[in-house]
Design a protein around this ligand. Structure first.
Ligand code: GDP
Ligand code: IMO
Ligand code: MG
Length: 426
């Protein structure tokens, strides 16, 4: 790779194929680090006949000998993590000695999941369509300074007092919402057992990573979700509760901004979104079913059908700016193989004016009408192509146009789920 620190982010609404691209880039690094989000993520990697779906553990775990870090910006559901470690073990992947968890990562408790559910069920309008994994309420406690961190499980007196305070605060709200209340004692006992099982993995990951950099080792930061799910840059309030953009690697990963050498954006050749929120280029019914079926667009975490639409170059160009993306990996070209013609959104029409950016008006993305240019399809199977030169001419033209519109170089092209269905651009 020749660069010590790479941050990889999703440039759209998540599920761009980050897991696959991480798997390819992991070959060249010693460390792979998750820096935000939690088990709301679902990163799929296909190796030969085997499919792995990673939720909390960095996708790098599938490469023997690589160290995988869950940084302090991640929110950890210990039960889900232990389950993921177990599933990996059954698939022949060992985590012992290779998985490191920050002692400062905040913990998801059962009351976070229930509050997530409660909030969604009580919203009259504007449901977010969360994964119900407790992500928002856990980050809420973190910034309210009442959260509990992984390292604090090993100070039982502190842990018990904090937990009791939290449960005392949350129970009345749950009761009022018609939900069952929680008992601090039983959660305390349950989480001390998790603490025991996870003890070998907990450490100061900031120190670990900075020492690695001093030694000259390379790090790949694995973003979860995508740019437009970022709590600051995304389509608020239809977002997740963390900074999924590249800056999150510094605040949640443990290295300073001057250490980052490159930012890679993963982009799907069309657009998808799970959950609620604006989506200007969303397909009508016919194309929706066709592309969803062909692209296997069902959530890796919740199994929900993903909403699908045309490629939106305005969104991705803005994503390039927000993240400082240097290079793009483009996935799922093969999903478009059968289309007669393919549209790219190049701007929006709103209240009689044409925009090629997204202004601050909160109704803009809900109400705007996309402006498209139309390209002829290639009507040829690309899934067995092994180089850029092999691609049909119209596919090459489509990629070149995307590159031009987003103002960034494409580094990698993906035409299928497997490792070998990947090649470098030009
Ligand atoms: P992530 O969350 O960004 O890691 O993406 P997901 O794993 O949730 O969703 C991407 C899905 O597309 C997975 O099922 C991948 O196996 C699959 N995938 C990745 N790249 C390609 C590709 O180039 N073509 C096809 N057909 N599928 C792909
Ligand atoms: P990966 O890493 C796609 C979406 C949810 C919902 C919103 C808030 O696999 O790309 P949350 O549970 O985080 O509070 O839900 O964010 N969402 C994702 N959508 N890919 C993901 O992760 C997502 N993680 C959260 O559907 O709309
Ligand atoms: Mg996913």
């Amino acid at each position: 790779m020749g660069r010590q620190v790479t941050v990889l982010v999703g440039a759209q609404w998540g599920d761009e194929g980050k897991g696959k691209v991480i798997d390819i880039l992991t070959r060249d690094v010693q460390y792979v680090v998750r820096y935000q989000g939690g088990n709301n993520a679902g990163h799929t990697v296909v190796i030969g006949e085997n499919k792995y779906v990673l939720h909390l553990i960095p996708s790098g775990i599938l490469h023997e000998g690589k160290i995988c870090v869950i940084g302090h910006g991640v929110v950890v559901d210990p039960k889900a993590l232990i389950n993921e470690i177990e599933i990996l073990k059954q698939q022949g992947i060992q985590t012992a000695g290779r998985l490191k968890i920050s002692d400062k990562a905040h913990i998801i408790f059962p009351y976070h999941k229930r509050i997530d559910e409660l909030r969604e069920s009580k919203r009259k309008k504007g449901k977010i369509g969360t994964t119900k994994k407790g992500i928002g309420p856990c980050y809420g406690d973190k910034v309210s300074r009442i959260g509990i961190r992984m390292g604090e499980l090993y100070d039982p007196d502190f842990f018990r007092t904090r937990l009791e305070d939290n449960i005392e605060e949350k129970n009345p709200m749950l009761k009022e919402g018609g939900f069952e209340e929680f008992d601090a004692k039983s959660i305390y006992r349950e989480y001390l057992e998790y603490a025991d099982l996870l003890k070998e993995y907990i450490c100061d990951t900031t120190k670990l990573l900075n020492e690695a950099l001093e030694r000259g080792d390379s790090i790949l930061f694995e973003g979860a979700q995508g740019t437009y799910l970022d709590v600051d840059y995304g389509t608020y309030p239809y977002v997740t509760s963390s900074n999924s953009t590249a800056g999150g690697a510094c605040t949640g990963g443990g290295v300073g901004p001057s250490r980052i050498d490159r930012v890679v954006g993963v982009v799907k050749a069309y657009t998808t979104r799970v959950g609620e929120g604006p989506f200007p280029t969303e397909f009508g019914e016919d194309l929706m079913d066709r592309i969803r079926e062909k692209g296997g667009e069902f959530g890796a975490t919740t199994g929900r059908a993903r909403r699908c639409g045309w490629f939106d170059s305005v969104l991705v160009r803005q994503s390039v700016a927000i993240n400082g993306i240097d290079q793009v990996a483009i996935t799922k070209i093969d999903v478009l193989d059968e289309l007669e013609s393919i549209k790219i959104c190049t701007g929006y029409r709103y209240k009689g004016k044409i925009y090629n950016n997204i202004p601050g008006d909160p109704n803009f993305l809900e109400e705007c009408e996309p402006v498209y240019e139309e390209h002829p399809g290639w009507k040829e199977d690309t899934s067995e192509k092994t180089s850029y030169a092999d691609l049909p001419e119209n596919a090459r033209k489509y990629l070149a146009r995307i590159e031009e519109l987003i103002g960034t170089d494409i580094m990698l092209v993906s035409v299928g789920k497997s490792r070998k269905q990947t090649f470098s651009y030009k």
